[in-house]
Write a protein that binds this ligand. Sequence first.
Ligand code: 9MR
Length: 365
Amino acid sequence: MPRLITHLCLVAAIGLAACGGSQTTNTTPDTPTQPSGPMLREQTSLPIGVALGVGSFEPASSIRYSPQASQLRHLAASEFSSVVAENVMKPEYIHPQEQQYHWNDGDYLVQFAQQNNMRIHGHTLVWHNALPSWMSNYSGNWESMLADHITTIVSHYSDSINSWDVVNEAFLDDGSLRSSIWSSHIPDYLAKAYTLARAADPDADLYYNDYNIEAMPKKLDAVLKMVTDFRTRNIPIDGIGFQMHIDRYWPSTNEIRQAFSRCVAMGLKVRISELDIRMNPNNTATALTPELAEAQRQRYRDVITTYLSTVPAELRGGITVWGLTDALSWTPWYYKIPDWPLLFDANFQRKPAWTGMSEALQATP
Ligand code: 9MR
């Protein structure tokens, strides 16, 4: 079938009868063979991480409570060398009442990681979202409350957690400070949060984590201005987490390179902290076709290559993907559009995206 007709059939929402028949069978690109090769964690010394569900409130993704928990644990421990809790270390879950911390799920993740020789990244101490209602409605001394919150959590995990997202998403896309319970009640809350975290665990790397900073220079301006201000006041911060919830087209690898470069120029560590690559941002597809899967392979390869070629080894904090399989990704329910943004399919099989990641890792020392 001519290339144009194949394309038109795809645009016409894929798999319709008009594209069917033996002709299609003969000319549709072969389903890619199952990618083979060493586990990702065996291909690099860089931490290669994954966000995992743990709690009973995450019934599909929980490595503890899901009916597929043992398969999830097996895949995570085989391929990845680092973990982060997708939810259970957020304030809402880990600090549900002022006088009550819920360690059980976080401790389960720590034990799982330690048994499998994986690093653990903590996410997240201070955020405007995922707050327990007692915190949102707090009427006591806010600075003492913040100090108790950060000191208690970071101290609890000081022997096990290697790095923390201390503050998550404090700036809006235009670079202004987001108004939140923290900004409303605690002047200079950003500096206070990092100072408290460093005091509670002097060995943990402290990150600021945000989305769109790889694509929106004004937003990154605000983050780097905060870092410059911290440095003049001896406030600790080690690196920037680029969430990188991106798609097949956006942003360009040039934009991503420029953003990483700005952090490198300031001697900051750079993590890719929540990577997923949506392939259906405009809702034109109903399935991950071989063509889309191949485009995703190239996009994963290009993004990871950009990271490795821009951030020198001593400033690389690692690469974490935001979920294990496509079936567990937050994006389809959030955007209400089908998508397949991760490295493994719903059947726990490696996708061409996995190959793209692997190709980039193997090409870079
Ligand atoms: O994937 C997470 C989803 O399960 C939660 O419902 C949501 C709210 O807590 O957070 C999602 O993870 C977010 C992360 O914590 C911060 N960056 C954006 C992520 C995707 O929304």
